[in-house]
Design a protein around this ligand. Structure first.
Ligand SMILES: NC(=O)c1ccc[n+]([C@@H]2O[C@H](COP(=O)([O-])OP(=O)(O)OC[C@H]3O[C@@H](n4cnc5c(N)ncnc54)[C@H](OP(=O)(O)O)[C@@H]3O)[C@@H](O)[C@H]2O)c1
Length: 257
């Protein structure tokens, strides 16, 4: 089997300047895919990701675009159309939100989470469709969700959790609608992963420590665990996996806490 099974393929990873998105971008590049590195404001980090993609022998295209802005999403896909004329893997990973209790939740917090996390997933899937079907007919869409917070009350995460629940539902509907076009749509639900995002969580350190101690597999989930599953979902082996939310958490969410 080829060591670069994704050679000639093009991936867009939203929010790939840092964290989980960056790990997914590097993993897909290692497997041969050219990668569009989307980010919002951290040019330095995005350039670093792009350099590491190119060190793996793939092409990287830096594409700044705020997922909260429909016009910027449209512009992003126009760039991909112009530069590559195709897209094989759409990875909707970027996320934003404000911490707080439900009673503290402002309209701004609700709209930020819903627009960046859920609405952008729908808009990206719609814009990606003609590119995903442009060559060889078909492709993969993967969203990054957080079931750790949609089925239980994760501290100060209510508005983001609601947007993640929307992502889970969108995954089911997109999967059914796009399957006849040879596009599979799945979501990955990571356990707690030590990224910059956790630094902004109230009680983030404490929650991460708990995950480190209690995850049945004996360690916390890391970015490469998520990247490996993303690569699997993009592979031919996963072609019949559709409409699923995959927990990648070492068994953590199966614990009775
Ligand atoms: N870490 C965890 O424990 C955990 C657990 C469950 C689910 N997740 C999910 O995993 C995904 C990645 O999380 P992470 O921990 O890797 O986060 P992170 O380290 O904070 O990285 C967030 C990424 O998203 C980008 N981004 C933020 N807002 C954006 C916007 N409006 N438009 C475009 N890009 C934007 C950031 O770009 P800039 O660098 O330009 O700011 C950055 O690349 C998210 O969907 C998150 O909800 C994470």
């Amino acid at each position: 089997m080829s060591h670069r099974p994704f050679a000639g393929r093009v991936a867009l990873v939203t929010g790939s300047s840092r964290g989980i998105g960056r790990a997914i971008a590097l993993r897909l590049a290692r497997d041969g895919a050219d990668v569009v590195v989307n980010y919002r404001k951290r040019d330095d980090a995005a350039r670093c990701t792009a350099a590491e993609i190119e060190a793996r022998g793939a092409r990287a295209l830096l594409a700044q675009a705020n997922m909260a802005e429909p016009a910027e999403i449209e512009g992003l896909f126009a760039t991909i159309r112009q530069e590559f004329g195709r897209l094989d893997f759409l990875i909707c990973n970027a996320a934003a939100g404000m911490q707080g209790t439900m009673l503290e939740a402002t309209l701004k917090a609700w709209e930020l989470a819903m627009n960046v996390n859920a609405r952008s997933y729908l808009l990206c899937a719609q814009a990606a469709f003609p590119l995903l079907t442009a060559h060889d007919g078909g492709g993969r869409i993967i969203a990054v969700t957080a079931r750790i917070a949609t089925e239980r009350a994760f501290p100060y995460y209510g508005t983001v959790a609601a947007s993640k629940a929307a992502i889970n539902t969108l995954t089911a509907y997109l999967a059914v609608e796009l399957a006849p076009h040879n596009i599979s749509v799945n979501a990955i639900s990571p356990g707690l992963v030590d990224t910059e995002a956790l630094a902004y969580f109230r009680r983030g350190g404490e929650l991460l420590e708990k995950a480190r101690c209690m995850t049945p597999s004996g360690r916390a989930t890391n970015v490469d665990d998520i990247a490996g599953v993303a690569a699997f979902l993009c592979s031919d082996a996963a072609r019949q996996v559709n409409g699923q939310v995959l927990e990648v958490d070492g068994g953590y969410t199966r614990l009775f806490l």
